[in-house]
Design a protein around this ligand. Structure first.
Ligand SMILES: NC(=O)c1ccc[n+]([C@@H]2O[C@H](COP(=O)([O-])OP(=O)(O)OC[C@H]3O[C@@H](n4cnc5c(N)ncnc54)[C@H](O)[C@@H]3O)[C@@H](O)[C@H]2O)c1
Length: 231
């Protein structure tokens, strides 16, 4: 049976993606820094690796656990450290770029020989890749993922497809940590009139990972209720 790896699987989006990929018949390997990933995995009869993906040994542990039949990799682990760009400390830039971008690149490249023919990589970008006030670090990391994926899609075609999903606001612990008045103002800018659900995003990830998307590579799908086309 083919393996689907989901990073950041203890989080709001990753857990739902894991469920959708399991429904599609994949054996799951769930990865997170948070040991809570073991509970998520146990609930689905999946394997878990507790690892810090910013560390070389964390990436190595995932590669070792992956085996040689990887069909899907979802680079979903990510953080925010928001501040005005000119006030942002270098540590906040580095921390966000390290996990959101560098770790995803390292893990993807380390798995090169583990992917089966027809495998799919899905990078969790964000509508913020188009630019967000107070998120210069996060926007740069998410735009970087798009550039990485578009380049790799050409390099690895036709053996492995590489795409990105770019959500706007999704109802997860990441957004639940925001002050409610800030969140409400941001939701008001979404043409669809509501915050996204983890299911909205997980369904698109499962589609991109599936045979139905076999002619799609190097693309970014905005799952953002139209926010990317709004002023
Ligand atoms: N929630 C949103 O509105 C939203 C919008 C656009 C994009 N995204 C992206 O979707 C992804 C998932 O977000 P979420 O909302 O589920 O967030 P979340 O905080 O619920 O989950 C993120 C997970 O990543 C894990 N993680 C962080 N650093 C790690 C590290 N060094 N090694 C391993 N795991 C690590 C965390 O432990 C956490 O479980 C992120 O990449 C995020 O940037 C989220």
């Amino acid at each position: 049976m083919s393996t689907a790896i989901v990073t950041g699987a203890a989080g709001g989006l990753g857990g739902r993606m894991a469920e959708r990929l399991a429904e599609a018949g994949h054996e799951l390997l769930l990865v997170d820094l948070d040991p809570g990933v073991e509970v998520v995995a146990a609930a689905q009869g999946a394997r878990a690796v507790v690892a810090d993906l910013t560390k070389a040994e964390g990436v190595a542990a995932v590669v070792e656990a992956a085996g040689g039949e990887v069909a899907v990799l979802v680079n979903n682990a990510g953080i925010t450290r928001d501040a005005r760009a000119t006030k942002m400390e270098e540590g906040a830039f580095r921390a966000v770029i390290e996990i959101n971008l560098v770790a995803a690149i390292r893990l993807t490249l380390a798995l090169e020989d583990h992917f089966v023919d027809g495998a799919a990589v899905v990078n969790m970008s964000s509508r913020a890749s188009l630019g967000n006030f107070g998120q210069a670090n996060y926007s740069a990391s998410k735009a970087g993922l798009v550039g990485f994926g578009r380049s790799l899609a050409q390099h690895w075609a036709p053996r492995v497809r590489v795409n990105a999903v770019a959500p706007s606001l999704v109802d997860t612990p990441m957004t639940q940590a925001m002050p409610p008045e800030v969140l409400d103002k941001l939701i008001a800018k979404i043409p669809a009139g509501r915050i996204g659900s983890p299911d909205d995003v997980a369904g698109v990830v499962a589609f991109l990972a599936s045979e139905a998307a076999s002619y799609i590579t190097g693309q970014v799908i905005y799952v953002c209720g139209g926010r990317s086309v709004a002023p």
